[in-house]
Design a protein around this ligand. Structure first.
Ligand code: NAP
Length: 273
């Protein structure tokens, strides 16, 4: 088959990957833009061998998810600034055989937040200090937000705040905080513990923008509380779609149809599917 007719191959490496919404959203975008390409979920145990397969099979781009976001780094040819700062890769771009690791989680969070208003100059509470919090912290800071890190484990929270050059407050002291935007980047509230919220109900104030990185369930306990308190709510699917849209743009050089990607992912999440 000539190169012109051969569909380009993309995919996601993770374990497990069966639940991933990435194939449905990327394939919908490829179809919409009439790009001859296919995005496949790969359940990967051996990440070094999987990176070799990217080279051998000329896979053009890969999304990287749990548990490979850090362990993949030594096998790539280069790591860009965003991924180096965050300390994790969620995207591989294959350009003429050179594999670059980058991270679009921060961009995804910033795009989702920006839909509800400017971030520049706003006080943003980032709750958590794991991979998602690191990405969101650096993303929000590069968009001009004033980040404050809140975390349960003091050492981990302090380390992230030090890396960001920002303030750290233990999560147990969150009632003292005065922020306009709050982002949950902990795993609290995730299925099957969906009755839990990382934040006290009284912390949420009318007019606050509250984003949850958790997307299973879509309406977390935190977002239910935020609605009851008159806050603006953003669910984790928005961040997920926008980090995927940023990947798509890096791979194809074309503007991603983010609305359509969101619809495809929502459709897939419908009960009974
Ligand atoms: P991670 O690296 O394991 O970090 C987990 C964080 O949650 C840590 O800060 C941890 O605090 C905190 N935590 C866990 N249990 C807690 C509890 N009972 N009380 C208070 N804090 C608690 O996880 P991650 O990769 O950052 O992912 C975090 C969430 O973001 C997950 O739900 C993931 O699905 C989501 N996510 C969403 C997107 C998206 O596009 N929407 C992208 C990436 C991740 P300690 O340091 O005290 O342990």
């Amino acid at each position: 088959m000539s190169d012109r007719l051969r569909p380009q191959l993309y995919g996601i490496f993770g374990h497990p990957v069966g639940h991933s919404l990435s194939p449905v959203m990327h394939n919908a975008a490829f179809r919409h833009l009439e790009i001859e390409a296919c995005y496949v979920p790969f359940d990967v145990a051996d990440i070094e061998a999987a990176v070799q397969a990217v080279r051998t099979l000329d896979i053009r781009g890969v999304s990287i998810t749990v548990p490979h976001k850090i362990s993949i780094m030594p096998y790539l040819d280069q790591i860009d600034d965003a991924a180096a700062k965050i300390g994790a890769v969620n995207t591989v771009v294959n350009r003429d055989g050179v594999l670059t690791g980058t991270n679009t989680d921060g961009i995804g969070a910033v795009r989702a937040l920006s839909e509800k208003g400017p971030i520049q100059g706003k006080r943003v509470a980032v709750v958590g200090a794991g991979g998602a919090a690191r990405a969101i912290g650096f993303g929000v800071q590069s968009a001009g937000g004033k980040v404050v890190v809140f975390n349960r484990t003091v050492d981990r929270g302090r380390k992230l705040a030090e890396d960001l050059g920002c303030e750290f407050v233990p999560l147990s002291d969150i009632m003292q905080a005065d922020t306009e935007i709050v982002v949950n980047a902990t795993t609290v509230g995730m299925h099957p513990n969906s009755e839990k919220s990382p934040l006290p109900f009284e912390f949420l104030k009318p007019g606050m923008i509250v984003m949850d990185a958790v997307y299973s369930p879509l309406k977390t306990r935190l977002l239910e509380d935020a609605e009851a308190r008159g806050c603006t709510q953003i669910n984790g699917l928005n961040m997920l779609i926008y980090q995927g849209a940023a990947q798509f743009e890096l791979w194809t050089g074309k503007k991603a149809p983010a609305d359509l990607m969101l619809k495809a992912a929502e459709e897939r999440r419908k009960p009974g599917r």
